[in-house]
Write a protein that binds this ligand. Sequence first.
Ligand SMILES: [Zn+2]
Length: 345
Amino acid sequence: MDLLKKLSELSGAPGREEGVREFIKTQVEGLADEVHTDVMGNLICRKRPTTGSGDSERVMIACHMDEIAFYVRRIDEDGFIRVQNLGGFDTRNLFARRVRIETREGDEIIGNLNPGGKPIHLLSEKERKEIPKIHDFFVDTGLDEEELRRRVRPGDPVTLVQDFVEMGALVSGKSLDNRAACWVGIRLLEALKETAYDVHVVFTVQEEVGLRGARTSGFEVDPDIAIAIDVTLAVDTPGVGPEEQVTELGKGAAIKVMDSSTVSHKELVDAFVELAEGREIPHQYEVLPLGGTDAGALQRVRAGSKAITLSIPTRYIHTVTETLHRGDLRATVELLAAFLDTEDR
Ligand SMILES: [Zn+2]
């Protein structure tokens, strides 16, 4: 899990994915026939068909590189940094967080993120019940205003810091949404020897702010079949009834039927289920009432594509303790490779 650890601990705010992209480039070297970065920053890795008649269907596999994060909004007179969020944070999970600011000089400044207001010891009964808003949060770097203004400017990315750890069969860390999929994309390129498809594994940008990178890279690739790889809610923990469960850790790759951005193409749902059953690859169905993936953009690119998402069940999504099962990761690679590898299909 060294590769996933490295991916997880990298910083990649929406629009500032360059660190993640440069790292992935080093990992995919020699695994694809063509690799290029488009104008928005999507990394497009193409593997040409090795078998078939030459009239191959194009498959695009989208793995977003960005993570929910902040940008510096302004610096207060007393040297505190105010931030703008990119993507959906639950503010209850943002108290007492360590963050990293990437400066334009290329160095980083560590700070603490907390909401404004009094410590709990001084709060009234009523005040204790109030949940702070995202704009109440600020970063304390310990640096004085003058030094801060010299080194930091509005627009510098601010990302959460957390070590990646292995816990039994599970792994946990920040940004597994969606570095887990980046891991899948890299491992897939390693595993894929023969294919009759024209495969494009695309590491996309700005998914968390509205599937933006998928839109432009999808236009370029113009896929017949689009497969987004992303994490999905597990909801298999205390306090939630089985009727609210979406997926379960350790039960395999989740074949998405629908979410609020896409209804997966029926042919693809059937093909993946049949393949998983036939090969005995652990799998489960996913019906997600809310939320979406890059598949939402890819399904409607140009004249449309057959689209689906394969998901990796994950607990505590959009916190720094995102947790998933390594068996589910392997099952996702296996299922994708089986789909693309027509040799033994
Ligand atoms: Zn995601």
